[in-house]
Write a new protein. Structure first.
Length: 159
């Protein structure tokens, strides 16, 4: 399986980089995982809704350039469906069994993803109704992908 994660923003914190690299290493036996970082747009602290939409659309243009034709696109969004770890494993396994082995996950910036990207996605996934820094979401989500593959393979890890 080929998994691409397109995320807005650069990871600056050393502890997050180390955690992300650890899960990328753990995922190697199960899937080829690539992370593509696109630059985030500066957002004024008190931006209007219209300004926020413009910022998200500019980020969306950068993201869209990296989405491969034929890839199954899953956008992480609050509007998405929440899945348990087991249900995420089932989703990934069913995609693979139906011939969709190239999956692209989209992680937005601090303002989220633009509506235009959400409309283009094949599936909307909500990681949690809680708010997390978008850099931390990358680490949490990689752990969940790793957990999903352990569940799929019936290997110990998930408890």
């Amino acid at each position: 399986m080929q998994i691409t994660i397109i995320a807005v923003g650069k990871i600056k914190e050393k502890y997050l980089k180390e955690g992300i690299n650890e899960y990328l290493k753990r995922l190697r036996p199960y899937a080829k995982v690539e992370i593509i970082e696109v630059g985030d747009e500066p957002a004024p602290e008190k931006a209007s809704l219209a300004e926020e939409l413009q910022i998200k659309e500019r980020e969306a243009e950068k993201i869209a350039k990296h989405i491969k034709v034929g890839s199954f696109v899953i956008a992480l969004a609050l509007e998405g469906k929440m899945l348990s770890s087991e249900a995420l494993a089932n989703k990934l396994e069913s995609l693979a069994l139906s011939g969709k082995s190239n999956i692209t996950f989209l992680i937005g910036g601090s303002l989220g993803l633009a509506p235009s990207l959400l409309k283009k996605a094949n599936y909307l996934l909500c990681l949690s109704p809680m708010t997390f820094p978008h850099q931390l979401v990358r680490l949490i989500f990689l752990e969940q992908i790793y957990r999903a593959f352990k569940i799929i393979k019936g290997e110990p890890y998930h408890k």
